[in-house]
Structure formats: structure tokens, C-alpha cells
Design a protein around this ligand. Structure first.
Ligand code: ZN
Length: 159
């Protein structure tokens, strides 16, 4: 039998060490945000391109943080690419439930994001896991900006 916990740990370690969509801003970014989790020291900047239909056509992140925050941001970028703004918010709400109270709806498939289920046993780590999400939601809630002069919105994780 596969030990699910070990499998989850492997995925988090892999994404923490080799983050996807990392280290470069997206081409023609029209939204951006910067997140900071003072408790752990995680800092990241997210850039996105949201197209005219309200679809996240591309997103990437940069910054420095612990393995959990980096892995969470990495998996988030993979999950949200190609999603609509509405879908992104629904996934965030479910993910938030997953890492806080564990009460997820069966209607939303979190896929690989479920590797973070164990985080709720470590309340200090919840902020690490949700930082990228709070940061991306702030960017999604902000009006689109000119691709020539995108200024990141600042988010400090306080929950
Ligand atoms: Zn952290």
C-alpha cells in the first residue's frame, strides 16, 4: 500500500525544490501582486495575464520562502493556468477549507492541491500554504493594468 502521507510529502518537496512557473514574470502581465508572510518570512511576487474573456492565460511567481510556501505557489500556478476568475476563486475557497477546517465540497476536485491536507495539523504552516493564494486573489480582484507599467499590489498575510 502506498503511504499517502509520504507521497504527499514527496510532491511538496519536489515542488519546493523545483518550483514550476518560477523566476520570471509572464509576458504581457496585466496584473501583479506581492505577498509577505511575516511569521515565516515568505515573500513572493506573482504576475498574471488575464485575457479579455476573464481567463488566466498565464501566471508565474518569483521570490523566496520556505518549502511549503514555494510548493504551494508552484502547484497553484499549475492549477490556475487556463481557469476563469470565478473558477479560481472557487478553487481558492476549497483549498482554504482543506488547509483550515478540512471541510471540502465534493463538487470541486482539488487534484494535486490535496497534498496540502496535512498542513492543517500545523497551524503555523497554514499561512505559508495560503500566502500565494491570498496574493493571487488580490491581483484578480484588482483592475487590469497596462502591460507596460504593472505595479504589484501588496498583500500581508494576516489570517
Ligand atoms: Zn513559510
Amino acid at each position: 500500500m502506498i503511504d499517502l502521507r509520504e507521497l504527499y510529502q514527496d510532491i511538496i518537496l519536489d515542488h519546493g525544490k523545483h518550483p514550476r512557473n518560477f523566476g520570471r514574470p509572464v509576458v504581457n502581465a496585466n496584473r501583479a501582486s506581492r505577498g509577505h508572510n511575516p511569521l515565516c518570512g515568505d515573500k513572493l511576487t506573482i504576475t498574471l495575464h488575464v485575457d479579455d474573456n476573464g481567463t488566466i492565460s498565464d501566471l508565474a511567481f518569483d521570490g523566496a520562502g520556505c518549502a511549503i510556501s514555494t510548493a504551494s505557489a508552484s502547484l497553484m500556478t499549475e492549477t490556475l493556468k487556463g481557469k476563469s476568475l470565478g473558477e479560481a476563486k472557487t478553487i481558492f475557497e476549497q483549498f482554504h477549507h482543506l488547509v483550515t477546517d478540512g471541510e471540502c465540497s465534493d463538487d470541486v476536485d482539488l487534484g494535486s492541491l490535496e497534498v496540502f491536507a496535512g498542513v492543517r495539523e500545523f497551524p503555523v504552516r497554514v499561512k505559508c500554504a495560503t500566502l500565494a493564494w491570498h496574493t493571487v486573489v488580490a491581483a484578480l480582484d484588482s483592475p487590469p493594468q497596462s502591460t507596460d507599467s504593472v505595479a504589484p499590489i501588496s498583500v500581508v498575510s494576516t489570517e
